[in-house]
Design a binder for this molecule. Sequence first.
Ligand SMILES: Cc1cc2nc3c(=O)[nH]c(=O)nc-3n(C[C@H](O)[C@H](O)[C@H](O)COP(=O)(O)OP(=O)(O)OC[C@H]3O[C@@H](n4cnc5c(N)ncnc54)[C@H](O)[C@@H]3O)c2cc1C
Length: 397
Amino acid sequence: MGNLTAWQNWAGNQKATAAAVVRPTTTDAVAEAVRVAIGTGTTVKPVGSGHSFTSAAATTGMRLDLSGLSGLVSLSRASKLIRVKAGTQLSLLNLELARQGLAMPNLGDIDVQTVSGALATGTHGTGKGYGCLSTFVVELELVTGTGEIVRCSRDQNAELFMAALVGIGAVGVVTEVTLRGVDAFVLHADERPTPLGEVLAKRSRAALSLARGDAEAAARTAREACALARDAGLQLEGRRAQVLLGRALAAGGDRTAAIRELRDAEIALDAGRAHTHRDEARRELRKLGHRVDQARRRGAPTGALAGLAALSAREREVVALVAAGRTNPAIAEELFLSRSRPSRRTCATSSASSASPHGPRSPPRSPATRTRLNSASAAWSPRPGRKAPGRAATSRA
Ligand SMILES: Cc1cc2nc3c(=O)[nH]c(=O)nc-3n(C[C@H](O)[C@H](O)[C@H](O)COP(=O)(O)OP(=O)(O)OC[C@H]3O[C@@H](n4cnc5c(N)ncnc54)[C@H](O)[C@@H]3O)c2cc1C
């Protein structure tokens, strides 16, 4: 047993001092450590790279440091089955796979997590067609809370297998993992800055105009937001602006154009499975007497303010604050752009800086398309201002 009992996670927001630290290098050593812990009435917590933001890996009991339980056990090019020790870092796994012309189907943003740590928390990459990393697992070997070594899969100890796949360190200590890989592939990454801030700001201005009864200005600004979003490929935001445009046109008396915009947005939002926003479009269409098939029954929004149906609850709250004279439009714009709910204190600070909390609103528009070999799908971002320490090695083309 070592004496390095103090621990903190990567982000530094979780700290704990363990009663004891054990660094097993074999499954038998893990089982032995668990039995020792049972004998002394101590709890056991396996710990990987400490990249979980939560207290999932924190313990005041026995910490099992799995950095020594690392490496490839076996790999079959034919079946694409890869057996790996639980404490293996994803970066090492990726290297081993690349050597054999294989890869994981999909990975997260970084590659320093251990295989077992990533599985235990449901770590995932991005892409509609992929499950989290646990969905690539075929078999697990684990040490139970009684110190037994058990193998489990969909066919063997299935219930234990399903629980341990995303066990958050509470369903035994995973010691070995069998994963199913895919043939190595080349990722084509298309990365470019988008004027999301501008689109959101225009949408907020349009909503405010509508709330003030200026339907013409609302329609003009919403149309600008639509065009900007369309040029930047921001489909969802564009369609949301289009719903607002439809509302503004209806408020201005142009029922035919309003129905055209709303119907167009409704079809696109339905196809994109953006059901909440689709329902907003449908609600507006119904208000205009336009029959919408398969419409979900939902109460139309009520209240003194017009034109708020195309907004989220938080955005509606901001608009209501402006209408009540509790904040001014400049601050409202910031509140629209911020992710947090408006607080009384923020609303009352009329001298607040106009700088966006998310940096410059208009990033330089220089679309850049490039092809990367074996690089990451990086749509998951941990926290603003934090730099990821390493990038995952493979993702799908
Ligand atoms: C910069 C950064 C980027 C990230 N990117 C992504 C991302 O793109 N997608 C995503 O979904 N998540 C992401 N995460 C979250 C990260 O993938 C998870 O927190 C993951 O659990 C970290 O793995 P770890 O090895 O550090 O585990 P730890 O944080 O050490 O442990 C996490 C949990 O796993 C348990 N555990 C560890 N080993 C075992 C074992 N052998 N048996 C049983 N339980 C075990 C622990 O007890 C604990 O409950 C990111 C985190 C950071 C800091």
